[in-house]
Design a protein around this ligand. Structure first.
Ligand SMILES: [Zn+2]
Length: 324
């Protein structure tokens, strides 16, 4: 029957087009990707893959991955539809990532920092032992090097396959950030769509500055669960970045194409650098010398799409807050 062809509108030929989840516009995939997955019609910010986030944030060639060898273990022998151990192996093969967090040192507009980026493609960016450990180690690296740490959250919450171990990561990551705070360090949390569950309830919410991308869903339990529990209609825009900014839960909303410059400015403020210089286009950065760098084998670091024209970024080690 000919009419059955029209029942699956989502399957566009060759994946050339993509439908906006928010406004329904058809977007040409190439253009969509060149805009770093932001809808050209309505500005909806789609979830960005972890590696793309690193590429978009760090100065070209500056990112040096750390702790890439950390692997999760199936301590509970957890069996769902697929046993957890098997699920891990499958997801690792599918994504080319060891777990849902990428950590490393980098420069942003010439300012050295530690970056932690969650990857939603890996089991919904769920926080298990590896994610928690990587966050803690990222923060500890920032303390050692006296540089700011930036953590990008994008998560469905705790990894239930690891039971209580996944919940312990909340305390662990918060304890590390508390240590950073006591040492006078500086941390920025960037909450992207979606940031939920144990990640919202831990490290993503306790950094010095809380930034969100426009329209990001940020919350603990999902809106449907809350509405069913309290048996009330939820206010318009509930749990969205704009709503949370209005309520004082987050500090600011920054669009994806502005984020890098904004992070550079904020780090410049915090580390006593020239803010105007920091906001300018970065120079071609030199890789930060890292002793224990472990880059994942066979993983290509894509070339940056950023402007390479000369700019500021003094690269000098200003008096970071951590020295105070
Ligand atoms: Zn749209």
């Amino acid at each position: 029957m000919a009419w059955t062809r029209f029942t699956k509108k989502k399957d566009m030929p060759g994946g050339l087009w993509i439908k906006c989840e928010s406004c329904g516009s058809m977007l040409f995939r190439k253009e969509f990707e060149s805009k770093h997955r932001v809808c050209a019609s309505c500005g909806y910010h789609f979830t960005l893959p972890g590696r793309e986030r690193v590429e978009l944030t760090a100065d070209e060639g500056s990112f040096q991955e750390l702790f890439a060898d950390l692997r999760a273990e199936d301590r509970l022998g957890f069996v769902d539809r697929v046993p957890y151990a098997e699920k891990l192996t499958q997801t690792q093969a599918k994504t080319g990532e060891a777990d849902a967090m990428i950590v490393g040192t980098a420069t942003v507009h010439g300012i050295p920092c530690v970056l932690g980026v969650m990857n939603f493609a890996f089991l919904g960016g769920s926080m298990g032992m590896v994610v928690g450990e990587k966050v803690a180690r990222a923060v500890e690296t920032a303390i050692e090097r006296k540089v700011p740490v930036i953590l990008f959250a994008c998560s469905g919450g705790a990894r239930m396959h690891e039971g209580a171990i996944s919940l312990m990561q909340m305390a662990k990551s918060c304890a590390a950030l508390s240590k950073l705070n006591a040492a006078g360090g500086f941390s920025i949390s960037v909450m992207t769509h979606p940031t939920t569950g144990g990640v919202t309830a831990s490290f993503a919410s306790v950094c010095d500055l809380l930034i969100a991308e426009p329209g990001a869903l940020i919350g603990f339990a999902g809106p449907r669960v809350i509405a069913t529990t309290i048996k009330k209609e939820l206010p318009k825009g509930f749990q969205r970045a704009e709503f949370l900014l209005e309520k004082g839960q987050i500090d600011r909303i920054v669009a994806r194409d502005q984020l890098r410059g904004e992070l550079a400015k904020l780090m410049a403020y915090a580390t006593g650098r020239d803010v105007v210089l920091a906001a300018q286009t970065p120079p071609k950065a030199e890789p930060v010398a890292v002793a224990q760098c472990a880059t994942e084998p066979g993983k290509k670091r894509g070339k940056g799409k950023r402007d390479k024209s000369a700019g500021s970024g003094d690269g000098k080690r200003g008096a970071t807050g951590a020295e105070a």
